[in-house]
Design a protein around this ligand. Sequence first.
Ligand SMILES: [Zn+2]
Ligand SMILES: [Zn+2]
Length: 317
Amino acid sequence: MLIEIAYAGICHSDIHTVQGDWGKVPYPLTVGHEIVGTVAEVGAEVTLHSVGDRVGVGCMVNSCRECDNCKAGQQQYCLQGNTGTYAAVDRDGTVTQGGYSTHVVVVEDFVLRVPESIPYEAAAPLLCAGITTYSPLAHWNAGPGKRVAVVGMGGLGHMAVKIAHAMGAEVTVLSQTLGKKDDGLRMGADHYYATSDASTFEALANTFDLIINTVSAKVDLNAYLGLLRLDGTLVNVGAPPEPLPVGVFTLFGNRRSFAGSSIGSIGETQEMLDFCAERGIAPEVELINADQVNEAWSRVLSSDVRYRFVIDIATLN
Ligand SMILES: [Zn+2]
Ligand SMILES: [Zn+2]
């Protein structure tokens, strides 16, 4: 189906990709995998969406549909590799192009319904930042009685705080400084600590059931693992390009686990959108014009964004 794009979020992955941090770039390339818009045209066999529907597209636009993981409805973990929304070779051999654009064509079952109650201009970041944090929170059962820590208060981190709070967990933010403390508490955090203060790691030792690390840079994982209580899990959703060492003895203590999580399935992404609509949760966005993208990218790199840039695609025309 053809989607007329209204808004596209700016994700750190867009920058990593264009910089070649994650491998060779198939230029010419249009990035962007937080896309919302309206259905402009549908093919004869499309049944899930109609012209005029408000829809979204996230980080993947296809998968093999035949492997064990696809059959289990976990397309993001497709064993042949899911087809990324941009910079990937699609099943028909073309290189996929993302959302910093007026239109995109996507097969219907990789298109999400975006409820009208989610503010249109704020909906786009749910398609990556929202699902990337919702999926591990749901999988590791964040909820009443669970202590959840969120590392980093950026695009992903602020969504993790809102979602974990809405799920009923006790939420702690671990950020480099206390600069965004008021925002964090307003979004639903119960506690807020600075990781630049070494006493934080002593004070919070053996505390959390679940830690969501959203930071895409090198951090001392062993220091964070030490904050997990019995059977706690540290889940990385940030994607630093270099390997990070994990001390096995740190895992022995409290029977800790270290895990990764990658976006979420199509079904779970729809569940997340409906959850956010029901609970009145939306990303906090700074709307920009198309000619401000370069400036926005350098502000993302210096962590100077509250909390996600969204491009108003109407300014692209
Ligand atoms: Zn992303
Ligand atoms: Zn597959």
